[in-house]
Write a protein that binds this ligand. Structure first.
Ligand code: PLP
Length: 319
């Protein structure tokens, strides 16, 4: 019941000259361990926290792969993930993009899926990926364990930007990896301590608090997003709506000037990021260039009243 106290200590005294469970914060801290336990239960594995989602991705590839290895990564996945892989090319890491609705290509050492992908909202063929000999990672940031538990469907690793739905209030940067294989978890834990890509106690505490309302928030966001997706599809200024059928994330293309639409909202915040209590919307073209349609808007549905959100979208679309 309740939340454990936030322990910001960086050190804990040895016991009779011997280090106890906690001794130095870079290795482990009580608030982090409590948050990892809670998240591990939700995803059905052992969770490890990292300083951000990108930090978690960095740790996975540097700890588990070797120079010369290739990652098969879902095309149209979070832009920052492929940017990171490109950054790591000079250390000998290769990647190929593939359509995650089909089987991954042969000859790769890690399969990297995203469920659903951000901002294209495709869902991976998990069964086809699980049949591949390489380990399979699912970035389930947008699905959350409320809608998807990839470890139960043959995935080896789950990754979250816990910055998003898991923490849920746009006030903490945090990443997580969940796995079942003991050796994998031990290797990631070792790499995390050595590299220092660790989560701070404050961030872990905010995750614990966010998890208390995760299911309520995500179910409400799903309900609202489903309704908005239906209405957007019928709007004359909307060309394409991408929605996975669950979760709070969607994207749609507008006719005319997307910038005019995104800057005309009053309730929906024109900002990047997603998964918070406040709805946010932005053109992804500003970040991703021609990888996405110029008129694509990504909408992260928050906890506001559905009619107020629709009224805001309608007035912005007619601006
Ligand atoms: N994965 C997905 C699907 C994301 O949307 C993001 C961030 O936008 C990340 C990973 C990276 O997470 P973070 O921003 O916490 O580093």
């Amino acid at each position: 019941m309740g939340l454990p106290p936030l322990d910001r200590s960086t050190l804990w005294p040895f016991e009779a000259g011997e280090p106890g469970e906690f001794y130095y914060q870079r290795y482990a801290h009580p608030t982090g361990v409590a948050a990892e336990r809670a998240l591990g239960e939700l995803d059905g594995g052992e969770a490890l926290l990292f300083s951000s989602g990108a930090g978690a991705s960095t740790a996975v590839v540097l700890a588990l792969l070797a120079p010369g290895d290739t990652i098969a990564v879902a095309e149209g996945c979070y832009y920052g993930t492929t940017t990171l892989f490109r950054e790591l090319e000079r250390w000998g890491l290769k990647h190929v993009e593939f359509d995650q609705t089909q089987a991954p290509p042969d000859g790769v050492q890690l399969v990297w899926l995203e469920a659903p992908s951000n901002p294209f909202l495709t869902m991976p063929d998990l069964a086809a990926a699980a049949a591949h000999p390489a380990p399979v990672l699912v970035d389930a940031t947008a699905a959350t364990p409320v809608h998807l538990r990839p470890l139960e469907q043959g995935a080896d690793l789950v990754l979250h930007s816990a910055t998003k739905y898991l923490s849920g209030h746009s006030d903490v940067l945090l990443g997580a990896v969940i796995a079942r294989d003991e050796q994998t978890v031990a290797r990631l834990r070792e790499f995390r301590s050595r590299s220092g890509i660790v989560a701070a106690p404050d961030a872990a505490w905010l995750l614990l608090r966010g998890l208390k309302t995760l299911e309520l928030r995500v179910r409400r966001q799903t309900e609202t997003a489903k309704e908005l997706a239906v209405r957007l599809k019928e709007h004359p200024r909307v060309e394409t709506v991408r929605y996975a059928g669950f979760g709070g994330l969607m994207s749609f293309d507008v006719t005319g000037d997307a910038k005019k639409v995104e800057t005309s909202t009053r309730l929906i915040v024109n900002a990047t990021s997603l998964g918070g209590a406040d709805s946010t919307m932005e053109s992804r073209h500003r970040w991703e260039g021609d990888r996405v349609p110029k008129n694509l808007l990504r909408l992260s549905v928050g906890l506001e009243d559905v009619e107020k959100l629709w009224a805001d979208l309608e007035q912005a679309l007619s601006a």
